[in-house]
Design a protein around this ligand. Structure first.
Ligand SMILES: Cc1cc2nc3c(=O)[nH]c(=O)nc-3n(C[C@H](O)[C@H](O)[C@H](O)COP(=O)(O)O)c2cc1C
Length: 646
């Protein structure tokens, strides 16, 4: 097949990525770079920009997609996902021309491991697209590299083959059959460069902290804080959110860490000189988060743009080795990212070293700023569920002025545990999270407000369905121990406003804490909601408190319900009635690893074990079918979860 100058070349390789926090994007851009070095005509684009490519037989497609929420595609892949679903429904659509492969990213701490990748693969197969190289699913819980590296290394030979077939047997430049698979971690080549220029920095409004309240006693195991902000800065005048939505907080990297890094990297003298970030070559895109920036100083880069505390990746260590002068240190770094060094690397990851820790350990390592921009992940906002309801609509919506006035100030409340932990042996250093201790410190800057606080917030609507139902007749079962109760405080505030106490719908909340004397969050409000009939039932589990005999492993559960799942089991008949016969929506919020799994297991057991008549739709259901039913309910938004891996 001849190549044409107008149409796509027979050698086109399209890397399409869907990425929530940048991992899939950085892998796709790295693959693009390597493909171009091997002589491919290649491009990379975010899945939701699918309209920019016409899917056609001359191209080969490589998908890299992560999973977010509860098995959902990343936000920048949802449009593409809807498009695929639409065309897959049309019987006439047929993508049998398509040759593709897929790399899914996920985390086995979540139930729906790599669901985004798996479902995309299924849809492509439904459309009769043909894989040319087996898909791989990489696990962030154990380290993405374990899967990503061999998969990327093994991609080039089958890619060369499939491109060769497509181009009618013509061997492509640099892609001869049997091209070598990488045996070492591919070193990402520079994609960015920096040149000095000048500009002034911008400033933006800051929201006020209007209330801060510790919700736990001083001797509680965790410190939980509730903060209220007013109003949103960049989001404008509208309180356009609904219970279940979240908002992002952009928290700067700590000033001492940034200062120490600037000194360590020899950038202290030019720390405030604005630089322009640009690609090395026009064909090599730079990561999206860097691509629309005006000039920025190294201090801003380290404060606001780069993730300095992310768990280091092997490719990053490999890059550092290139800039390490001392032979022994270089050897150690290379060993750390080699196959043989896998065990050591896993121990090293568990220590969660920051960039500064690594540079301190390897004093002769001196990476240039451009390479850090190429290889470090972007600084991520931290997301929190909104724990209150939006303001009620104005009495009259007739004038836009009235609307503006009533919405110009509104509260945003959220709840979080202040994250502190011990770094494991041998270091055993006390470490703290990035955002929550910072927020705690900000909120201590009383009296409120704190107008100088550099606080940037943005609303993030919950696209994955976890929002209070707008159907006033539908019963709801909420399950949210610990800070998992946060969105339900918003649900209940909204219900209290909109539901008369006599409302017939049932609302249940299963809440859990360790000890009611220390960490029962929002106790007064929750008990008040139950008294007022906003909550039909409030069921509270205490995991470390028993007024009578303390539970033992043998009595835990039936006799001594310690966790929310034990209480669900105790109320099995009601739960069955609510979720099967009354069409209730089940909402679960909190820890993905233990709580959500145990709750899921318990719900499945309730579906199996609840007493049923022969004419019951689930009479005789097996445990396996009950679990499948729960998955189906998730897809139907009848069983919704908002989970975090802690
Ligand atoms: C809020 C959140 C929810 C997640 N949900 C899932 C999930 O349901 N299933 C899964 O396999 N991985 C899940 N993950 C893990 C991500 O897919 C994984 O960390 C991946 O490397 C992220 O890649 P990205 O940066 O390209 O988005 C979740 C991660 C976060 C932060």
């Amino acid at each position: 097949m001849a190549t044409s100058t107008t149409g796509p070349r027979a050698t086109d390789v399209v890397f399409m990525y869907g990425s929530q926090t940048g991992n899939a994007e950085s892998i796709a851009l790295n693959l693009l770079d390597q493909a171009q070095q091997r002589g491919y005509q290649a491009q990379a684009l975010v899945m939701d920009d699918y309209e920019k490519v016409a899917f056609h037989p001359q191209s080969v497609y490589v998908f890299v997609v992560s999973t977010t929420g509860d098995g959902d595609p990343p936000d920048n892949a949802t449009k593409f996902w809807r498009y695929l679903r639409r065309i897959a429904k049309k019987q006439s659509e047929n993508w049998s021309f398509m040759r593709y492969t897929l790399l899914g990213l996920g985390d086995t701490n979540y139930d729906n491991f790599c669901n985004g990748g798996k479902r995309l693969d299924e849809k492509l197969r439904e459309l009769q697209a043909k894989p040319f190289y087996p898909r791989a699913l990489a696990d962030d819980a154990t380290g993405l590299e374990e899967t990503v590296e061999p998969w990327c290394a093994g991609l080039w030979a089958p890619l060369a083959e499939v491109c060769q077939t497509k181009s009618g047997g013509k061997v492509l430049p640099g892609t001869s059959k049997g091209s070598t698979a990488e045996t070492v971690v591919p070193v990402p080549t520079p994609t960015t460069t920096t040149i000095t220029t000048t500009t002034s920095s911008s400033s933006s409004d800051v929201p006020r902290i209007t209330q801060a309240q510790y919700l736990t006693a001083p001797d509680a195991l965790k410190t939980t804080l509730a903060l209220t902000f007013q109003p949103l800065p960049a989001a404008g005048k509208s309180a356009d959110f609904w219970p279940g939505d979240a908002f992002g907080v952009i928290c700067p990297n700590p000033t001492p860490l940034v200062g120490a890094l600037l000194v360590r990297l020899g950038l202290a003298d030019t720390a405030d000189t604005p630089l322009t970030i640009a690609p090395v070559a026009e064909t090599t895109p730079i990561p999206t988060y860097l691509s629309h920036l005006g000039p920025v100083s190294p201090r801003t880069i380290f404060t606001d743009l780069l993730d300095l505390v992310a768990v280091p990746k092997k490719a990053f260590i490999r890059m550092l080795a290139d800039y390490t002068a001392d032979a022994e240190e270089k050897k150690q770094l290379l060993y750390l990212c080699s196959k043989q060094g896998a065990t050591l690397f896993s121990t090293f990851r568990d220590l969660r070293p920051t960039l500064l820790d690594i540079l301190t350990t390897f004093p002769s390592c001196q990476p240039p700023l451009e390479r850090l921009l190429d290889t470090l992940p972007p600084h991520q906002p931290r997301y929190y569920s909104v724990a209150n309801a939006p303001p009620p609509p104005p009495p009259s919506l007739s004038t836009s002025e009235g609307d503006e006035a009533s919405h110009s100030t509104f509260d945003l409340r959220f709840v979080f545990n202040v994250v502190q932990y011990d770094q494991p042996a041998p270091l055993v250093v006390k470490r703290e999270g990035l955002c929550t201790p910072w927020l705690e410190r900000l909120s201590l800057g009383r009296p409120f407000p704190t107008p100088t606080a550099p606080l940037h917030l943005f609303l993030k609507p919950n696209h994955h369905g976890f929002q209070l139902t707008r159907d006033p007749t539908r019963p709801i079962v909420m399950i949210g121990p610990g800070t998992g109760v946060a969105p339900f405080m918003g649900f209940l505030e909204q219900l209290a406003r909109s539901t008369p106490a006599s409302a017939s719908r049932e609302t249940w909340l299963f809440y859990g804490c360790r000890d009611p004397r220390k960490d029962y969050l929002f106790r007064d409000q929750l008990e008040g909601y139950e008294r007022d009939g906003v909550l039909s039932r409030l069921v509270v589990a205490y995991s470390r408190y028993s007024p009578s005999s303390p539970p033992t492993p043998a009595t835990e559960g039936a006799e001594h319900p310690r966790y929310v799942q034990h209480h669900l089991r105790r109320h099995a008949a009601d739960i069955y009635r609510l979720i099967v016969h009354d069409n209730a929506i089940i909402y679960v919020c909190g820890d993905a690893l233990n709580m959500a799994r145990d709750v899921n297991e318990t719900l499945a057991e309730i579906l199996v074990q609840a007493e049923k008549n022969e004419d019951d739709p689930h009479f005789g259901i097996t445990l396996m079918d009950a679990k499948k039913l729960l998955v189906q309910w998730m897809q139907e938004h009848r069983y919704l979860r908002d989970l975090v891996s802690q």
